[in-house]
Design a protein around this ligand. Structure first.
Ligand code: AN7
Length: 341
């Protein structure tokens, strides 16, 4: 499969001669989750966005944002990030031959994401502050310097990410009742809603069910959270940039925004890994935690849960919440005991 710009060019703001910076993102698996379906009492499909080139859905938006930056003659890109945007921006900047800078909250991003941003050669700045402060500062910075901002406040990000909705509609022949999705800075839910509206008739729109971590749930409370906290570091965000659009998506579609606790997130995270063979990162599991805790609404038969990022992004959390390794002496009897016990 080609990348998303080539696959969906007629629905994206790119002409045929425009530069395309791609890692062949998109075209990710949509898999039926039978055990989860049984538990949830609805048919559950998982959109595996961790299968994108850098391991998260951000690549769909980043191919567009970085291609547009190249078209505009930018020499550098920058973002504030809880980790995945940083990894993706760093990779696409490297591929484009642009300089990249990423501002992350110090000590609060998962190890894999940090490794990615560094190995791709981005300037990684650890801010002694949270994501919301980082985003505010980079927005000021790009007013003063000719650097392209590739956070989801950039409309090209939304355009790229809406293609995930196109893929789901194609794979399910337009038949889905609800979408469950984690919400952080609220760019992705905005993107899916835009995508669904562009290709499905108004009478066939799925309910948009957004889920936030309980310690970082500004949309649920209706006001910014000054000190957001959650094990799901990707969505540790207290003042989402796409606040209005996200609320519009959920209200116009008859959906909801609800909170899930860290314990509910971790339970869903382990369940996906152990009962479905799908390893996603904690923030992604918020979609499934939300479905299991709150449901997706009356009369809903078929649900898609968006698993936004790969579990290997955050090995530390996996190790902390999984079983222990079994030590063993190099003897047959010891091996027997260790394996069969
Ligand atoms: C795995 O990387 O905000 O609601 O800076 O990495 O569109 O913000 C990441 C967000 C869900 C929330 N799942 O999406 C960043 C960043 C994962 C994420 C979200 C993020 P938005």
């Amino acid at each position: 499969m080609p990348g998303i710009i080539e696959r969906y060019r007629e629905r994206l703001p790119f002409a045929s001669g425009d530069p395309v910076i791609s890692l062949q993102e998109g075209s990710t698996p949509l898999i039926l989750a039978e055990r989860l379906s049984e538990k949830a009492g609805v048919e559950v499909w998982l959109k595996i966005e961790g299968a994108n080139p850098t391991g998260s859905f951000k690549d769909r938006g980043m191919t567009c944002a970085v291609s547009a930056a190249v078209r505009e003659g930018a020499e550098a890109v920058i973002c504030a990030s809880t980790g995945n945007t940083a990894a993706s921006a760093a990779a696409y900047a490297a591929r484009a031959g642009l300089r990249g800078a990423v501002i992350v909250p110090e000590g609060k991003i998962a190890t894999g994401k940090l490794a990615q941003a560094l190995i791709h050669g981005a300037r990684v700045v650890a801010l002694r502050g949270n994501f919301d402060e980082a985003l505010r500062l980079v927005r000021e910075l790009v007013h003063r310097h000719p650097i392209s901002l590739v956070n989801s406040v950039n409309d090209f990000r939304i355009e790229g990410q809406k293609t995930a909705a196109f893929e789901i509609v194609e794979d399910l022949a337009g038949e889905l009742d609800a979408l469950c999705i984690p919400v952080g800075n609220a760019g992705n839910i905005t993107s899916y809603w835009k995508g669904f509206q562009e290709i499905l008739p108004p009478t066939h729109q799925p309910r948009m069910c957004g889920f936030q971590a309980a310690g970082a749930a500004p949309l649920v409370h209706g006001k910014p959270v000054e000190h957001p906290e959650t094990v799901a570091s990707a969505i540790r965000i207290g003042n989402p940039a796409r606040w209005e659009e996200a609320m519009d998506a959920m209200t116009s579609s008859g959906g909801t925004v609800k909170a899930v606790t860290d314990a509910e997130i971790l339970a869903a995270y382990r369940l996906l890994a152990s009962a479905e063979g799908v390893f996603c990162e904690p923030a992604s599991a918020a979609s499934v935690a939300g479905l299991l805790t709150h449901g997706a609404g009356e009369g809903v038969r078929r649900v898609v849960c968006v698993l936004t990022g790969h579990g290997l992004k955050d090995p530390q959390t996996a190790l902390e919440h999984a079983g222990a390794v079994v030590p063993c002496d190099p003897e047959l009897s010891a091996i027997e005991r260790a394996v069969l016990r």
